[in-house]
Design a protein. Structure first.
Length: 418
């Protein structure tokens, strides 16, 4: 049966079909392991009353070999029809065709949120002293900014035409080397900003999280990233009212009544369980997350910033190999969960790749459809495995007395612990 979306929530039958893309390279190894672990968790959690039927759809190299198309229309249709899907890593064609298969999926289905939760697992080695303080959820805008892919190569007629437009019609005079410059356009819209920030605040409220931080570079890019900040604050105050307290409110109280009254209002808002809306410049945020990560909970940011942020935070808790991700449209309900790493062709077929990214993405998928009991079984088993010093070699080599497990063996270990 199929998952459906009504106006406010997903309707999830006990037996559902989930379309999946196996993925290229190591995808052929991590996908079957993930499916076995998920199937076992669902069977154990619900005593056989619930189940997933996996439906393979194609993209990437496998799709090209079978259909001659890197991203067949049937794949997009399946994700629309079944609402929720999951995918392994994909190869993007070099020198031809689609700029990025991942980006194409996100934009075609309008999956405007790239959701990246980051947390530390006890037993996993980290380059920072207190990784347990890292516990954040990143809402990265997924369709605008650099993902729009609007650029022109240096020396082309298009680049020259754009240069003429900038200098002749727009009066731009600050291009340092105009004749040898390539150009890119960075679109950031009010509508795109508002739906992202809305989703982040709703997530914080639903999960009783303390704050949402708007991360931007608005001190330099005043109308794009600065717009993101201002539109985000305005949306928070307009749509969420007394359920939030913004630092703009804090500044207004401080200006009229003094810092003591502003601090009092902020303290009262926190005590009342209101979500605090704040902002920070992107470069300062990257430093702050290393020094005081406990000060951040939910992050809302633009596309390029989110790319840097999610990878840095993943490194702080052990690496991108254990970083899950999802691409979601909270309005339509469409969601594609994915491994956040690449295809790793250098280790493909060796039974050593870490399946944790896709496994934790499947945990996100189970939580998204409301099957939290099954999700918790996987998370608990993974926590215990790492505490026992058992992991695939990429993590085990850094653990004191770590025991390296193969990809399949790692999945078997999780199943046994469940």
């Amino acid at each position: 049966m199929k998952i459906k979306k009504d106006k406010t929530k997903l309707i999830v039958p006990d037996r559902i079909t989930i379309p999946y893309i196996e993925g290229d390279g190591v995808g052929a190894e991590i996908t079957p392991v993930t499916q076995r672990v998920v199937d076992e968790s669902v069977a154990k959690a619900y005593n056989g009353k619930r189940a997933i039927k996996w439906k393979e759809v194609f993209a990437g190299e496998k799709a090209f070999k079978i259909t001659g198309n890197w991203l067949p229309d049937e794949t997009i249709t399946a994700f629309r029809e079944y609402v929720v899907g999951i995918k392994g890593p994909l190869t993007t064609p070099v020198g031809e065709g689609i700029r990025s298969l991942n980006v194409a999926l996100r934009q075609t289905l309008d999956l405007y949120v790239c959701l990246r939760p980051v947390r530390w697992f006890k037993g996993v080695m980290s380059p920072i002293k207190e990784p347990h303080k890292v516990n954040m959820v990143i809402f990265r805008e997924n369709t605008e900014d650099i993902y729009a892919g609007i650029e022109w190569r240096q020396g082309t007629p298009e680049a020259r035409k754009f240069l003429q437009f900038l200098t002749g019609e727009m009066g731009v005079s600050k291009i340092r080397f105009p004749e040898t410059s390539s150009f890119g356009v960075k679109p950031v819209s009010q509508e795109g900003t508002e739906r992202l920030v809305r989703s982040a605040i709703e997530y914080a409220l639903a999960n009783k999280l303390p704050d949402v931080t708007l991360v931007h570079k608005g001190n330099i890019m005043k109308f794009t990233e600065g717009g993101f900040k201002l539109w985000g604050y305005a949306l928070a105050e307009r749509e969420f009212g007394d359920r939030v307290f913004s630092m703009i409110q804090y500044d207004k109280i401080k200006k009229k009544q003094g810092e003591n009254e502003a601090s009092k209002a902020l303290s009262e808002a926190k005590s009342a369980g209101k979500v605090i809306i704040k902002d920070v410049i992107a470069d300062a945020f990257l430093q702050n997350t290393l020094l005081t990560p406990e000060n951040y909970s939910v992050i809302a940011t633009l596309n390029l910033n989110g790319d840097y942020i999610s990878d840095q935070l993943a490194a702080m808790v052990g690496g991108i190999g254990i970083a899950p991700g999802a691409n979601i449209n909270y309005s339509s309900g469409y969601a594609v969960f994915e491994a956040t790493h690449g295809t790793a062709p250098d280790i493909a077929g060796q039974n050593i790749v870490n399946p944790s990214s896709l496994l934790l993405s499947s945990v996100m998928m189970l939580e998204y459809i409301g099957w939290n009991e099954a999700a918790n079984l996987i998370t608990s088993a993974m926590e215990q495995t790492f505490v026992n010093g058992e992991a695939t070699s990429d993590l085990a080599r850094f653990m004191p007395d770590g025991k390296a497990l193969g990809t399949t063996q790692f999945g078997d270990t999780l199943i046994n612990l469940m």
